[in-house]
Design a protein. Structure first.
Length: 296
């Protein structure tokens, strides 16, 4: 679901519940600050793709504000419950199934956010001009160039090293520093995950192309808001199902399993001090989210 339609809310929500599973390794220290300023960041992010005109700007800001108010009032408590579950989990007995179950909970919450936001994005899609859709295409092309430079260069060993370093950095964010022995274990777990950056690129491009074609279709046919909403929801479902591509479905399922196995391995290997670091890191999120929910 990482796309122009749902990303502003998906990104913050995903980082809010990263404690669940492999998404644990996608968090960053700026995520809490980002969520608390989510309206501004989301508007900036969308505008960098579309370049809103004067008639769109205030409407977009208003709708983003409304979504975040709804999200803080109704969704943050669910994230707090998930974090509390993770804080009290016995790391020595945690299983891959536990983390995959967390992942499914996270996915359900994200789809709920998308369902809430899509009608507004349908209205926005109906307002897009030809040149704005072209702006989105150009932004996709630019981001794809960056992806290629980071993920489609070097040998398989170099790509494994790059991926391991990213995983280690995020694990350190949650657990603190690791010993050399622990780092070696994390490296082995990281390398055991399936690696196919070309498939990731193909999936990325396919998703973007499907979205551009949909936006052009909405622009040309100018359906009602209800019909446009249904079209976007159908797109999200197709995207979640990897557009029916069995090779891609199999790869991402195996990647999810391997990511869960890596997190299990890390949790089994941490020291009591590192677990306490993790618990406190989650508590910082819990405190922030409780404050945001109370103020909404």
């Amino acid at each position: 679901m990482q796309n122009f339609i749902t990303r502003p809310f998906y990104t913050f929500a995903k980082k809010a519940v990263i404690c669940g599973m492999a998404v644990l390794l996608l968090g960053c220290s700026a995520a809490r600050l980002g969520y608390s300023n989510g309206e501004t960041i989301s508007y900036w992010w969308l505008n960098s793709y579309v370049d809103f005109d004067s008639t769109q700007k205030q409407w977009v800001k208003h709708r983003i504000d409304a979504i975040f108010v709804w999200h803080r009032k109704t969704q943050l408590k669910e994230y707090v419950h998930l974090m509390a579950r993770m804080q009290h989990r016995d790391f020595s007995t945690v299983t891959q199934a536990d983390l995959l179950n967390d992942y499914r909970d996270v996915k359900t919450q994200l789809l709920h956010i998308a369902d809430k936001a899509v009608p507004d994005f349908a209205e926005l899609a109906l307002s897009l001009k030809t040149e704005q859709i072209a702006n989105i295409e150009k932004k996709f092309a630019k981001s794809n160039d960056t992806f290629r430079k980071e993920y489609l260069v070097g040998s398989a060993e170099e790509r494994q090293e790059f991926r391991y370093r990213k995983a280690l950095q995020q694990a350190q964010f949650w657990f603190g520093s690791f010993s050399k022995e622990q780092e070696a274990k994390i490296r082995a777990l990281s390398d055991a995950r399936p690696l196919n950056n070309e498939l990731l690129m193909a999936e990325r491009v396919h998703r973007q192309q499907e979205l551009i074609e949909l936006l052009k279709k909405i622009h040309d046919e100018k359906p009602s808001k209800e019909v446009a909403t249904a079209m976007l929801k159908k797109f999200i479902t197709a995207m979640d199902e990897r557009f029916g591509n069995p090779q891609h479905q199999k790869f991402f399922e195996s990647l999810n399993d391997a990511n869960a196995n890596m997190i299990v391995g890390i949790m089994h290997a941490v020291t009591p001090k590192q677990k306490q670091y993790f618990v406190q890191s989650l508590q910082d999120w819990v405190n922030d989210f409780n404050k945001l929910a109370a103020a909404a």
